[in-house]
Design a protein around this ligand. Structure first.
Ligand code: ZN
Length: 243
């Protein structure tokens, strides 16, 4: 079974639809969503309904958690705060309770999914360095764990720190199953690695093959929707730069 690993969709419907079309073309039959379905961009309800109709699983992100209740927002940037307050007004109570029901981590066969870190998943810490990764890898019982949260595709191997998995674009890798890997699948809806194309990964469980896909989508339409919704201008601009 080939599965698509979708990180940080962030209410970007144009990016999500382009990624789903790409994943289906490559034969993906299951879809694992790494949290932050909503927040930042202009189509939270549409993205939520699309994601929950997919075969597979979805876990909780910090934006999902914040959008699902009415508590005062802490630890969010001014743009994130504005977008979460707006998102709360776009979702109906039933959609909010679906978000609130998402689990913070899941294990599916030999794959673990978590938005931030395995060592403290609800603290929403960021895995940026080999030391951050080592703390999460110490809690990892499956060969592969996929994470999101930083919006930057990256891979770590237990005992080796950060590793370069993908050299040339389009090339896949085969993960050796005698080691543990912690892999950030990048962001569908708000990439921050300088490449504005939507990012996601395809994982083939039988062969342990892994591909990082970058998909062109209508960034202009997504940015126009952010502006039309009255969301902060910075959220529209960053889609063009992938930052
Ligand atoms: Zn995010």
């Amino acid at each position: 079974m080939r599965c698509a690993i979708l990180g940080d969709i962030h209410a970007n419907l144009q990016a999500l639809e382009a990624v789903l079309a790409d994943a289906r073309e490559y034969g993906c039959g299951e879809f694992y969503t790494l949290g932050d379905v909503v927040g930042y961009n202009a189509h939270p309800a549409e993205c939520l309904e699309t994601v929950r109709a997919l075969p597979g699983a979805c876990i909780l992100g910090n934006h999902d958690q914040a959008a699902a209740d009415e508590r005062p927002l802490r630890d969010f940037s001014p743009e994130a705060t504005a977008s979460i307050e707006w998102t709360r007004r776009q979702l109906n109570p039933e959609q909010k309770s679906w978000l609130a029901s998402l689990r913070v981590q899941r294990q599916i066969r030999r794959i673990t999914l978590v938005h931030a870190t395995l060592d403290s998943p609800l603290s929403w810490g960021y895995i940026r360095t080999a030391d951050d990764a080592a703390m999460s890898l110490a809690c990892q019982s499956t060969p592969v764990c996929f994470i999101g949260h930083t919006h930057v595709p990256k891979a770590f191997a237990k005992g080796s720190g950060e590793i370069l998995l993908f050299g040339n674009e389009g090339e896949g890798v085969q993960l050796p199953m005698d080691r543990k890997f912690l892999i950030n699948a990048g962001s569908v809806g708000q990439p921050r690695d300088g490449d504005p194309r939507a990012a996601y990964m395809i994982y083939d469980e039988e062969s342990s093959g892994l591909w990082l896909r970058r998909v062109e989508y209508d960034i202009g339409a997504a940015a126009a929707a952010v502006r039309a919704a009255g969301l902060p201008e910075k959220l529209a601009e960053r889609l063009h730069t992938g930052s």
